[in-house]
Design a protein around this ligand. Structure first.
Ligand code: SF4
Ligand code: SF4
Length: 266
């Protein structure tokens, strides 16, 4: 199997693109030990594959963010891809790499003021997965014609309800997304969040995503995320759709109760 066959296989599993980049060579961060920051201890690794799962958002009135549903689908597709490579005796490790850093450094992603990266033509609406690969796979060269996009735009700065994006830059300590990765959030996040599990607002207004259009959640997804059912603790169907990692500790139930309270109040 070579790079082209790997890409064909990944596309058959639902990925839109595969970028084959040099392996990461960064200092390790102790606070994120699950990420492979460098491959000094695994010298057989010759390439880091960024698997791009592009998706369309749901209309912004929806409380369900399609990212988490697609991220779960992309996770299962990456497991299937790794298993197929293993079955053919090819050297592969399904591990998280510093995706943003690699994508920007090697010319496949544009860094944005919102701290996200955009990959044309998919904008920021991407769920990434990554694989570390040995020979016969090898890195390829990429170069983006567009290096910066935010210079004159302030759309996310104006839209962010947490004031996490200002003229001074992006402040992670004010960003809802940062807290929503955890098991529970500060009360102020419950008070202003618009969508379950993560904040979508800066992506909704970003011109990088303007031409992507929308998908509608299916009847199954709407039923799984019905607020009354979630608030009563019936979260299993929703957790199956978005994966259990993101939804432990009664998170969906608590969010649903807050949304219902706000609906009554407003
Ligand atoms: S994710 Fe939400 S809170 Fe964070 S910068 Fe974007 S709009 Fe602001
Ligand atoms: S909304 Fe504008 S400033 Fe914000 S990330 Fe997108 S392009 Fe950059």
């Amino acid at each position: 199997m070579d790079n082209s066959e790997l890409k064909r296989l990944a596309r058959s599993l639902g990925f839109k693109e595969v970028f084959l980049l040099p392996p990461p060579e960064l200092p390790a961060h102790d606070d994120e030990p699950h990420i492979v920051w460098n491959t000094a201890d695994i010298p057989w690794v010759k390439a880091a594959a960024l698997l791009v799962w592009a998706y369309k958002p749901y209309p912004k009135e929806e409380r369900i963010p399609s990212y988490y549903i697609n991220s779960n689908l992309s996770y299962h597709a990456s497991v299937a891809l790794a298993k197929q490579l293993e079955a053919e005796g090819l050297p592969v490790l399904r591990r998280e790499v510093p995706i943003k850093q690699l994508a920007v450094k090697f010319g496949v992603g544009i860094p944005l003021k919102s701290s996200l990266i955009a990959v044309p033509p998919y904008g920021t609406r991407i769920a990434f997965q990554s694989l570390l690969l040995g020979e016969p796979f090898a890195p390829e060269e990429y170069s983006l014609s567009e290096k910066s996009f935010c210079d004159t735009c302030r759309a996310c700065e104006k839209a962010c309800p947490a004031h996490a994006i200002t003229a001074a830059g992006y402040d992670v300590t004010r960003c809802m997304r940062h807290y929503m990765d955890g098991a529970d959030y500060p009360e102020w996040v419950y008070g202003i969040q618009k969508t379950h599990l993560g904040c979508e607002i800066c992506q909704q207004v970003c011109p990088m995503n303007a031409s992507l259009g929308f998908d509608e959640p299916t009847a199954e997804i709407k039923k799984a995320f019905a607020l009354d059912a979630l608030a009563e603790g019936n979260t299993r169907p929703a957790r199956l759709l978005v994966g259990k990692n993101m939804t432990g500790h009664g998170k969906l139930e608590k969010e649903a109760k807050h949304f219902l309270e706000r609906e009554k109040r407003d």
